[in-house]
Design a protein around this ligand. Structure first.
Ligand code: PEP
Ligand code: MN
Length: 352
C-alpha cells in the first residue's frame, strides 16, 4: 500500500489493478484498525472500504455504527495511508462522509434501483470532484445502471466507476448475487469513460467461491476488485460468510493469474484463428440475410393464400428439430433456442 496512490489519475489511466478492501461494516474502532493494519501489509490494497450505514433487508439487523465510525476511518487513513471509501444512500451521508475526509464514495445496489434517490445524491454532489463508484442495481437492468451515471454526469462528476456485484435471482444458484458478465461489458462498450471493477464478495456470498470468481472477473477484463475483509470474519456483524481475513486476501491476490489484456502483434496463431472467426461470422450474416429473403417470399405466399403469419405447429417443429440437431453438434439447447427465437421473431415481423 502506498501513500502516494492517486485515484484520480487511476480513473483516467487505470494501469494497475485497483484493490479495495475492508470490512462490510465498521463495527468498532478496534475491529477497523486491526483489519486496516492487516491490509496495510498488502501492497495492492490502496483503498479501505467500510460500511457506516448499512442497507439491511430486515429492520432488526445491525444498521451500521453511523457517524462515530467515520472518525475511525479517518484514523485508519492517517495511520496507514489508505484512501477511504464508504457507501452513501442519502444526502446526509454524503455531507458527513465528506466532512470526515472520506476520499471515495459508492452508491449501493439498493439505492441505484431508485432514480429519485440517485437524483437526490447527484444534486447534493454537484460541484464535488470526489470519485464515485456506482454498484449495479439489484436487477439486471443496464438502463437503470446507465441512468445513474447520467444523473451523476449531470452533476458534473468527473471520476465515475462501476462496480459489478451480481444480480438477485429467484432461481437457486451457487451465488448470492449471480454475475452477468455481459452487462458490465456492455456498459463499458457504451461508456468507455467509466472504469468498472468487480465486487466478488457480494457476488459470491461465501468465502470458498471468491478465488474462482475473482479469476473469472479478471479474465473478463475487470480492472479492480472490491473484496470484504475482517480481522475476525466469523464474528462479523454483517456478511460473516463472505468476509476474509487480510491474510487470506493476500494469498488470494497472489494466486490470481493476471493475463495480458492485449495480444502481442506477432502472435500469429491467434491472429489466424481470429481471421477464421471473421470469415465464419460473415458466412453467418450472409446466411441470415438469405434466410430473411426466403422468409419474405413465404410471407407473400401467405398473404396471397390468406393464411396467418404465425403457424404455431410448424414453428414448434422447426424449433424442436433445430434443438435436436444443435445438441447433436455439441451446442447447448439454450443457445439454439435463443438464436432461433430471435431469427423467428425477425422473420415473422417481416411477413406482417
Ligand atoms: C456493501 O458493499 O456492503 C453492500 C451493501 O453492497 P451492495 O450494495 O452491493 O449490496
Ligand atoms: Mn457486505
Amino acid at each position: 500500500m502506498s501513500e502516494s496512490f492517486d485515484i484520480r489519475k487511476w480513473f483516467k489511466n487505470p494501469e494497475e489493478l485497483l484493490v479495495i478492501s475492508g470490512p462490510c461494516s465498521v463495527e468498532s474502532r478496534e475491529q477497523l484498525l486491526e483489519t486496516a493494519e492487516g491490509l496495510s501489509k498488502i501492497q495492492k490494497v490502496k483503498v479501505l472500504r467500510g460500511g457506516i450505514w448499512k442497507p439491511r433487508t430486515r429492520p432488526e439487523a445491525f444498521e451500521g455504527i453511523g457517524e462515530e465510525g467515520l472518525k475511525w476511518m479517518r484514523e485508519a487513513k492517517e495511520r496507514f495511508g489508505f484512501l477511504t471509501m464508504t457507501e452513501v444512500a442519502v444526502p446526509e451521508h454524503v455531507e458527513l462522509a465528506l466532512k470526515y475526509g472520506i476520499d471515495v464514495l459508492w452508491l449501493g445496489a439498493r439505492t441505484v434501483v431508485n432514480p429519485f434517490s440517485v437524483q437526490e445524491l447527484a444534486d447534493c454532489l454537484k460541484g464535488c470532484d470526489v470519485p464515485v463508484f456506482v454498484k449495479n442495481p439489484i436487477a439486471p437492468d443496464l438502463k437503470l445502471w446507465l441512468g445513474a451515471f447520467e444523473r451523476l454526469d449531470g452533476a458534473g462528476l468527473k471520476y465515475l466507476g462501476g462496480i459489478h456485484r451480481g444480480f438477485s435471482s429467484y432461481d437457486e444458484t451457487p451465488y448470492r448475487n449471480t454475475p452477468v458478465w455481459h452487462i458490465p461489458i456492455e456498459l463499458k462498450r457504451l461508456r468507455p469513460d467509466i472504469q468498472i471493477i468487480t465486487d466478488v464478495s457480494h457476488i459470491c456470498g461465501r468465502r470458498d467461491l471468491l478465488q474462482e470468481v475473482a479469476q473469472h472477473a479478471l479474465d473478463f477484463g475487470t480492472i479492480g476488485f472490491m473484496i470484504e475483509s475482517h480481522c475476525n470474519p466469523e464474528k462479523a456483524l454483517t456478511d460473516a460468510n463472505q468476509q476474509i481475513t487480510p491474510e487470506s486476501l493476500k494469498n488470494a491476490l497472489n494466486t490470481l493469474i493476471i493475463r495480458k489484456t492485449a495480444v502481442d502483434a506477432d502472435d500469429r496463431i491467434l491472429q489466424n484463428l481470429r481471421k477464421e472467426i471473421d470469415v465464419i461470422d460473415e458466412d453467418i450474416l450472409n446466411l441470415i440475410a438469405k434466410r430473411m429473403n426466403v422468409s419474405e417470399q413465404i410471407g407473400e405466399f401467405k398473404k396471397e393464400h390468406n393464411v396467418t403469419v404465425l403457424q404455431m405447429d410448424r414453428w414448434k417443429k422447426v424449433l424442436e428439430d433445430h434443438i435436436n440437431k444443435g445438441v447433436s453438434l455439441g451446442l447447448s439447447e439454450d443457445l439454439v433456442k435463443v438464436i432461433f427465437e430471435i431469427i423467428h421473431k425477425e422473420s415473422i415481423g417481416r411477413q406482417l
